[in-house]
Design a protein around this ligand. Structure first.
Ligand code: NAG
Ligand code: NAG
Ligand code: NAG
Ligand code: NAG
Ligand code: NAG
Ligand code: NAG
Ligand code: NAG
Length: 436
């Protein structure tokens, strides 16, 4: 037996291992880089009834903690895998983890959950995580919404369906998530996320079921998909920078919003470099919106909304420094405001189902700087008698805007609070909106 490999043998072995990688075949030798793990090989049944949580956890651990591989490929083949709340924790030994969801993954029913769990499926500290469809995640949210509605409690404590925390290099491609108990996707404290062809669905009257919530994250590209969840399609929250959202359909729901920012006066919230382009809104409560809470601190800057289509949207364009999350703001003067600067609304057209096509309300003459609107044409939707623009306390540049802007001269804060997001628990408000 040779005591050392010849250069030729090493080269041949290397070439063979590269070929095996390229063929994406499960291999068991030392040179294999990709490890394929199928949840069924770890005992998952996939019949929609059996709890597959343990099998799925074991399958994840088998690759995440094995340093023999550089890529872990984790498969949910055709089938319906019922799992309870699970956390997939990294860092993983393979530098990249690919989760291939061909089948469906369904949440166990609420009554089978432990108490006080904030997420159904959580990935944390995982680098270069890729999750690909065409499979779907079904959060079985119905029992969660019904229960909190019936108790007239807040639905804000229901769990998120898919949460990504402390990630770098996240990719979600072609995924479907339906009926999440609370928001469908949360991206928090991440660096670099690409979300393509996403499909998020919940009934219009579901409670607190935002599509994608982004917070404390740098660099997100959302490109392509349909989001109709009854709540915000996408919300961009504090600590988020370089966010690019394009080619989406949004509705039914509450539109795409920056904020709300400044809920807690002592917590400074900053967002910047946000671009939302080529998005169509269908019958949403709002279209494009920036909302800050009275007396908050921080800033929202360099934000562009362009190439936007409005179809029967209640409040197509909103910039408000009077957002009041729980209809609980006191009617006192402003002590401070989240500063808004460099906001462009460009090439926005379509129809408004409410009277206010454009609504810009700033705290005072200095709290909104460099707001520009151009090439805007919003007409009344069928059944809506007319539309107007509101503009208060803002020095807005406008060019070819219909309905025209007539900004009141800079004056003391108007202190008109706008309950733009209705509270699902407050039936009188729901009715008020329904009859608008
Ligand atoms: C890692 O994978 C290799 C090859 O399949 C296997 O021999 C080894 O036991 C695994 N290690 C762990 C910790 O699972
Ligand atoms: C995902 O799995 C399916 C079969 O389950 C396979 O056909 C497909 O190539 C896999 N995709 C990736 C990216 O691994
Ligand atoms: C997966 O869910 C989709 C709906 O999202 C459904 O059309 C499909 O039949 C389901 N497939 C399986 C294998 O359960
Ligand atoms: C939503 O509306 C459906 C159909 O009207 C109803 O059955 C369901 O209870 C409502 N859900 C909530 C959470 O209000
Ligand atoms: C935003 O997305 C569009 C479409 O994918 C792309 O052309 C553009 O370069 C992106 N911008 C940034 C800053 O990533
Ligand atoms: C504003 O944001 C865009 C991305 O949307 C970015 O390309 C540009 O550099 C930013 N401008 C400044 C002055 O930071
Ligand atoms: C209203 O605000 C007060 C003071 O901040 C707070 O204690 C209370 O919990 C709030 N109520 C609701 C319904 O949010």
């Amino acid at each position: 037996m040779a005591t050392h490999y010849s250069t030729v043998a090493v080269t041949v072995t290397f070439v063979l291992s590269v070929i095996s990688v390229l063929l994406l075949k499960p291999q068991k030798n030392l040179f294999t880089m990709i490890k394929h793990v199928n949840v069924k090989d770890h005992g998952a049944v996939g019949d929609g009834k059996t709890d597959d949580s343990l099998a799925v956890t074991n399958a994840w651990n088998a690759i995440c903690h094995n340093s023999s591989y550089s890529i872990g490929n984790f498969n949910f083949p055709t089938g319906n895998y019922q799992i309870g709340p699970l956390t997939f924790t990294g860092p993983c030994k393979p530098g990249k983890m690919v989760v291939n969801v061909t089948g469906n993954v369904t949440a166990s029913l609420k009554n089978a959950w432990p108490n006080n769990v904030d997420t159904w499926i959580k990935f944390e500290h995982v680098t270069n995580l890729v999750i690909t469809g065409p499979g779907s995640f079904n959060g079985n949210g119905g029992s969660w919404w019904n229960q909190c509605e019936a108790a007239k409690g807040t639905c804000e404590n229901n769990p998120t369906a898919l949460a990504f925390h402390d990630c770098r290099g996240l990719t979600l491609n072609g995924l479907t998530s339906i009926n999440s108990p609370r928001n469908h996707i949360s991206i928090n404290a991440c660096d670099g996320a690409t979300i393509t062809n996403i499909n998020l669905k919940a009934p219009e009257n579901a409670s607190n079921t935002d599509g994608i919530d982004i917070s404390a994250t740098n660099g997100v590209n959302v490109n392509g998909g349909n989001i109709g969840t009854g709540d915000d399609c996408i919300a961009i929250n504090g600590g988020s920078y370089n966010i690019n959202i394009t080619n989406l359909n949004c509705g039914p729901g509450h539109g795409i919003s920056v904020g709300s920012l400044g809920r807690i006066p002592s917590v400074k919230e900053v967002v910047s470099n946000i671009k939302v382009s080529s998005v169509n809104f269908f019958n949403t409560q709002n279209g494009v919106r920036i909302k800050t809470v009275k007396d908050g601190s921080g800033s929202a800057s360099n934000i562009t909304f362009s190439g936007i289509g409005m179809n029967g949207v209640q409040n197509p364009i909103v910039l408000s420094q009077f957002y009041c999350p729980h209809q609980n703001c006191t009617h006192k003067s402003y002590s401070q405001a989240v500063q808004i600067s460099g906001v462009t609304f460009y090439d926005i057209h379509g129809t408004s189902a409410g009277p206010n096509a454009i609504d810009i309300e700033c705290a005072n003459g200095n709290s909104c700087v460099g707001v520009a609107l151009s090439k805007i044409n919003i007409q009344p939707a069928k059944g809506q008698s007319g539309v107007i623009s509101i503009c208060k306390n803002a020095n807005v540049q406008s060019n070819v805007v219909s309905p025209p802007l007539n900004c009141t001269p800079l004056a003391a804060a108007s202190l008109i609070e706008m309950p733009l997001d209705y509270n699902h628990n407050d039936k009188s408000q729901q009715e008020a909106i329904a009859t608008t």
